[in-house]
Design a protein around this ligand. Sequence first.
Ligand SMILES: *Cc1c(COP(=O)(O)O)cnc(C)c1O
Length: 458
Amino acid sequence: MAEQPFSYETLREFNVRHLWNPFTQMKDYCEDEPVIIERGEGVRLFDVRGRAYWDGYASLWLNVHGHNVPELNQAIIDQLGKVAHATLLGSANVPAVLLAKRLADIAPPGLTKVFFSDSGAEAVEIAVKMAFQYWRNIGRPEKQWFVTMTGAYHGDTLGAVSVGGIETFHGLYRPLLFPTLRVPYPYVYRHPSGDPEACAADCLAELDRVLEEKAGEIAALIVEPIMQGAAGMIRMPAGFLRAVAERCRDHDVLLICDEVATGFGRTGRMFAVEHEGVTPDFLTLGKGITGGYLPVAATLTTDRVYDAFYADYHEGKTFYHGHSYTGNPLGCAVALANLDLFERRDLVAHVQRMAAHVAGRLAEVAELPHVGDVRQAGLMVGIEVVRDKATKEPFDPVRRVGWRICRRARDLGLLTRPLGDVVVFMPPLASQRDELDAMLDILHRAIAEVTEEEAKRT
Ligand SMILES: *Cc1c(COP(=O)(O)O)cnc(C)c1O
């Protein structure tokens, strides 16, 4: 491997001068010592100064089999020797066709059609536009509203932001967004009852009210199944997703399940909807689809939706949407290799075993005096820290306790990012028991140290 010729100091200076990082306050970033990664191996990343870090957030919820995986590398190299890109607009390429078939084979039954894009946000935009156009194409143009959930995150393009519900990220753009019918997502820990059933019942009552009043004008409902991610890893009460799906079906409202974060084994099933036997009308996929290698996303849908667009050209029912790199052969080739490894290594079963082990370790974390709630689905974990465990009083947000915990973890050799005062733990799915233990030791220590310091101060 050739040495990269730039020192940390030079790279940092170029970064400060020219690179604007996403979801990053550049003032914090430039004043701190940014991590600049040079390479990865297994579930660890190495920066240009040679420091090693556990990848405790799977490189922002993407990574599956670890970094620098020979089988995945080889899939890209093999495809590179054939063609790097060939468009799907009016033609096709071999890996894209094979991946579409493969996704249809592993998806919940009925999701037979696959539309590719390059990011989770696009996969969501596509589901939203398809749902909207579906009703127009079948002569029911009055069905044009979307039901969305509080705290939802579906990506950062304007359509995806419109169906999102995180005030900090989305509030500012409200004048640019289309309005939606927002219903409460069941956040059990913050529900006055603290009881999963009561919380779910309240949320469903609100959904019933909206559907009864307006279903005739509603195109679709969009939800992150089982676990709301960016809201702070908030797990639904059991049965909630099925109850939502039944209500959508009864009111002839299309259901969009956004599995960009939960898909591909993350929650201990290949797709999170499987936990409740739900088949949505649209399933959006991204992140882990390529094992965390290349930007590929997909929107899966049914024959019912597809057939509403299948018509003579002059009827104007074509889906006029696409991106230059849609169905990129390198991305699709590595996605296929990723799915091969899932099978060969029985990775979903591995996730279930590791999740059980992690649950045991998290029970220790939950004992810490400032850990209010620990939420887990497979290897998708959020740890909510609070000032007062008895009253659930949060820390003052200006103290940025979650952020400081992750900063401390970094010094101890683990990378992750907080969601407010929720510390995220999303290791690569292939992480082994001893690796998970090493990561959780650091997380435990960082949480204990920072929250105790903070409590002493106030
Ligand atoms: C990350 C995420 C997205 C957006 O995916 P990008 O590839 O970052 O555009 C959409 N939905 C959910 C649930 C996500 O977690």
